[in-house]
Design a protein around this ligand. Structure first.
Ligand code: ZN
Length: 304
């Protein structure tokens, strides 16, 4: 198994190399479950890399982020925000219910109808995005208390009648729909890293996501994207939310430690002028902020 992986790594780096000679590719020993390797050009260790144990998302979502060309538009960004908000309302309602003894059903606004409406909201956005994110699940429900109840193991709940801990009425199972946690994280920001990685790949960069890179001090950093092209290396940080000096500074610290040839800090939202000045003052650091169109993004990525 290790041998096979080693060959894959080697082929990968041969492709990446393009002219520079790789003198050493080192993988962790069999007993070490984490894969660590060095990126070496012309006999000099450029970077020490470690892959994350678990990938953050599934193939379907990755492919989706790779092929959709409009995810950086304002409209899509609003949709991302909205879908996460609706999902949070669904999960909050279910979680807060579990510890509540009971609640009065509102004639017009019953709990289950609540969830149904939010699910419909998510479905509308899905149609826009042309993908199905929702996962159908079941949750215990006490009709007398008008509250959701945690039942633990679902199969047990199907065969035995579990009484409500507050009123002892039998709990029934109700269907509910929400985003799986991985999907929620993906829509919350990971999609942007994958989106950028794919576009860099199209521009000839070999890209790595889901990795840590070691800095000069030996400290290990979680990074968004590492890219390499023609012997050059590039460190990329992608931000979907509001971004200020704190986040920029922490990226600058990573860059000063990891020492790639250049770095890019890419944000969907606009940054203020002072923060822009700070970024401009760092040699080899490129700020790509306020991304809102595929064309504009590609034009700026080409300059890296
Ligand atoms: Zn009850």
């Amino acid at each position: 198994m290790l041998k096979k992986n080693w060959k894959l790594e080697r082929d990968y780096f041969n492709k990446l190399n393009r002219g520079s000679e790789i003198l050493e590719i080192k993988l962790a020993s069999k007993t070490d479950k984490q894969k660590t390797f060095n990126l070496i050009f012309n006999g000099v260790t450029l970077l020490r890399i470690e892959r994350k144990k678990i990938s953050r998302t599934n193939k379907k979502l990755l492919e989706w982020a790779h092929t959709r060309g409009d995810l950086v538009t304002k409209k899509s960004q609003n949709n991302f925000r909205r879908i996460l908000e609706l999902n949070k309302q669904i999960t909050d309602e279910i979680n807060s219910d579990s510890s509540k003894p009971n609640q009065t059903p509102d004639k017009f606004d019953d709990v289950l109808q609540h969830l149904q409406r939010r699910k419909q909201g998510i479905e509308e956005i899905q149609q826009n995005f042309k993908i199905d994110f929702i996962k159908k699940d079941k949750i215990g429900y006490c009709g007398r208390c008008n509250c959701f109840r945690q039942t633990g193991d679902l199969t047990a709940a199907a065969t035995t009648r579990i009484p409500c801990p507050f009123c002892s009425s039998p709990i029934t199972m109700r269907a509910y729909h929400s985003l799986p946690p991985k999907t929620e994280r993906f829509l919350g920001g990971t999609w942007f890293e994958e989106y950028i990685a794919k576009r860099l790949h199209t521009l000839g960069w070999t890209t790595f996501t889901d990795i840590y890179v070691y800095g000069n001090s030996g400290a290990k950093f979680e990074i968004d994207i590492l890219a390499a092209k023609n012997g050059r290396t590039l460190l990329v940080e992608c931000k979907t939310g509001p971004t200020g000096l704190t986040k920029l500074s922490s990226f600058i610290a990573k860059f000063s430690q990891i020492r790639t040839t250049s770095a890019a800090f890419i944000t969907l939202e606009k940054m203020n002028e002072d923060d822009q000045r700070v970024a401009e003052a760092i040699g080899q650091l490129k700020l790509i902020e306020g991304v809102n169109s595929e064309r504009g993004l590609l034009r700026r990525l080409k300059q890296l």
